[in-house]
Every structure is written in structure tokens, then in C-alpha cells.
Design a protein around this ligand. Sequence first.
Ligand SMILES: Cc1cc2nc3c(=O)[nH]c(=O)nc-3n(C[C@H](O)[C@H](O)[C@H](O)COP(=O)(O)OP(=O)(O)OC[C@H]3O[C@@H](n4cnc5c(N)ncnc54)[C@H](O)[C@@H]3O)c2cc1C
Length: 394
Amino acid sequence: MPEAMGMIRKSVRAFVKRDLMPLEADLIAREAARGHDDAPLLPAEIDRALQDKARDAGLWGIDVPVEMGGQGFGALARVVITEELRRSIVPFVPPPDSPNLYLLKELCVGPQIDKYLLPYASGVKRSCIALSEAGAGSDAAAIKTRAERRDGKWILNGSKMWISNARRSDFMIVVAVTDLQKRARGGMTAFLVDRDTAGVTIPSSYPMMGEYHPYAVFFDNVELDDGQVLGEVGNAFVPITNRLGVRRLDIAARCIGLATRCLEMMIEQANTRSTFGSLLADRQAVQWWIADSYQELEMVRLLTYRLAWRVERGDKDFRLDGSMVKTQATEMLGRVVDRAIQAFGAMGVSKELPLEYIARMGRVMRIVEGPSEVHRWVIARNLLRNGLPDLSAA
Ligand SMILES: Cc1cc2nc3c(=O)[nH]c(=O)nc-3n(C[C@H](O)[C@H](O)[C@H](O)COP(=O)(O)OP(=O)(O)OC[C@H]3O[C@@H](n4cnc5c(N)ncnc54)[C@H](O)[C@@H]3O)c2cc1C
């Protein structure tokens, strides 16, 4: 790991300790108090203050290219920064959110650059991705939302489900079927849809386990012009699944950060808590929790860094690696947080500590962005079709 990465890690760690960790107790209380409401867990004024502090600490536009006003760091720096930020449960993300940035950077052309890409890259505009539907989650190719050609326009009809941040977005990246015969093989198109466009409504949200609160989004005869097509007509599927590949890098980095926090807490607890005249650290059961957690964490970390390096190298297809890191990272977090909770006994399941919050987040992460079973299926299908990857080209 280059020296610069160590410095970035150190400065984010200081920011997390100074500015995020003190907010955790309030966050836990706010989450418990909001019930079914979709109130943000970080109120706007706190989010704004954190954004200012993050900007001062150099945590801004991390992987935005320099020519777009960003810092031009690569995917690895983004992973290291996300990892460190997620040693805290405070859901602060310095804009912009990476996965949509990759998609917009790859596909925006002409006036889309000024209208969407640049304001997004500088944190002025927020976006969300609207792919899943009631009958099409893992099986995204089964979506029914249609965009039909009428009088030189695209007319969008349908509904999306589970869309994160929809109400807080300025625009959405919406995937629709434009050719019923071809569907995922040349018949699905992505559109840039402003949230305030006539016919777009966000009627309800879904309260969920953990901090998540996605939305339903409806499209009723929404009129779009050609300038709102993102990428090529009919060819949304590969860039969108690649966007999900980058997203998986992000999720893995979050899991590494949260698991690191759990492991640190477990070590401290083992070294300080005595029962029956001995420290927990002297019990082999506890030692094995710590040893296994560390090994599993480090394996996931290396796998994740390799994927980041491939993204930086400019590889175009991350589906195999993305599925691996997503599955391994989310399942690793589940095991590590469970051991940490056990090591703390009653305190572990109380809201005095962040562990029960992390356990709930970790559980959701095994479903969002594709359940583990689907990722295992993707990995197996890839290997069965193509054989093992060529390591000399790795
Ligand atoms: C918190 C949260 C936020 C989300 N945010 C967004 C968002 O911003 N935008 C968006 O478009 N979507 C979003 N989603 C949707 C998410 O991507 C889907 O929930 C996910 O892909 C799973 O789809 P599903 O819920 O329809 O489950 P289904 O596809 O119905 O699957 C149900 C279960 O069946 C099993 N299964 C399915 N297929 C297979 C298979 N081939 N082999 C073996 N087992 C299988 C799995 O165990 C799976 O958990 C979000 C979801 C959550 C939970």
C-alpha cells in the first residue's frame, strides 16, 4: 500500500474520531425514535456541518477527476476512505456517491455533462438509481417499466420499488424496457429523469431494519426527450451491472470498516472483562473469535483491494469480482459482529453500544445490491461458462 494511502487513512481516522464518533449516541436514539418515519438520520444542519468539516479535511470529490474539480484519487483511495469512515455508524458520505459517478462519467455526453455530471461530481446535485420493481429485484432483466417512442419523445410508464434516497435526489437514473423482444439483450435503456418532472411521484417509503428507508417511485406518462437517454438506446444492461460492480466495492469497504470497529471493541472487551477470575482474553473460545475475525477480515480486505486495483486499471467488467467481494464482505461482517455481540453479553445487544445497530445494517447488506445466493450463482455461472480466470492477466 503506497505511503500516500497511509496518510489518507490517518487523516480520515482523525476526522472519524473527532467529528463522527461523538454523534453516535444521538444517532442511535434518533433511529429508535423515528419509527416508521423517513426522517434522515443525519438532520440537514448536521450533514451540512459535516460536509464543511470534511471539505476542510480534504475529504471531497475523492475520485472525481481533477479536470472536474475533484482530487482525482482512484478506487483504492475511495475504498480506504470509506473503510475508515465506516468505522463509525454515522452514515456520513462525502459527496458524490461513487457508483453513480462511475456510471455518469462513462455515459454522460453533450449537455448532460453540465446538467448532471458536473453538479453531481461537485456535490450540488444528488442522484439515485431506480432499477428494482415489485416483480424484479435480483432478476433485474424482468423489469416492466416501459419507455415508448411517441411523437419524437420517450413516454415512461411503470413503477419502481426499494429506491434508496429517491426523495432526497435531484435526478434519478431510471432503467426501462424500450424493446419488449430484446429486453436485457439490447432492449433496456437508462434515462436521466429530474425528480420534479411531471408524472413522477414518490408516494411511499418502506421503513426497514437498520438505517435504510427506500421508496416507491411511480412514472405516469412521463415525457422525456432524447437528451435524457443515458448511454446508448437499448444498451443499459452492461453499464448498469458494472455500476453495481463498483457499488459492491463500496459495500465491501463499509463492511471492512464496520467489522474493524467490532474487532477492536472485541479485543478491548477481552482484555478488560473478567469472569470467574480470568480475563475473557484467556478463554480459548474468545481467542478463536478474535483470531477468526481477523483472518476473515484481512482476506476480504485483500480481495477488495484487488478489485479496486482492477477498477483503477480500467477493467470494464467487474461482475465476477464484484459478486465475490459483495458476498464475502457482507457475510464476514455478519459473523464478526455476532461474535462481538456475544463477547459483550447483555451490553452487546443494548443500545449503549453500536453493535446491535451494526448487526442490523449488516443483515440488510446481505440482500441489498443482490442477495448472496444470486452472487454465488453469478460466480458459478461465470466459472462454468468461462473456466477459471487467467491469472497471468490478473
Ligand atoms: C435497503 C435497500 C435498499 C435498496 N436500494 C435500491 C435502490 O436504490 N435501487 C434499486 O433499484 N433497488 C434497490 N434495492 C433493491 C435490491 O437491489 C433488491 O431487493 C435485491 O436485488 C433483491 O431483490 P428482491 O428483494 O426482489 O428479492 P428476490 O429477487 O425476490 O429474491 C428473494 C430471495 O430469493 C433468493 N433467490 C433469488 N434468486 C435466486 C437465485 N437465482 N438462486 C438462488 N436464490 C435466489 C435469495 O435468497 C433472495 O434473497 C434496495 C433494497 C434494499 C433492501
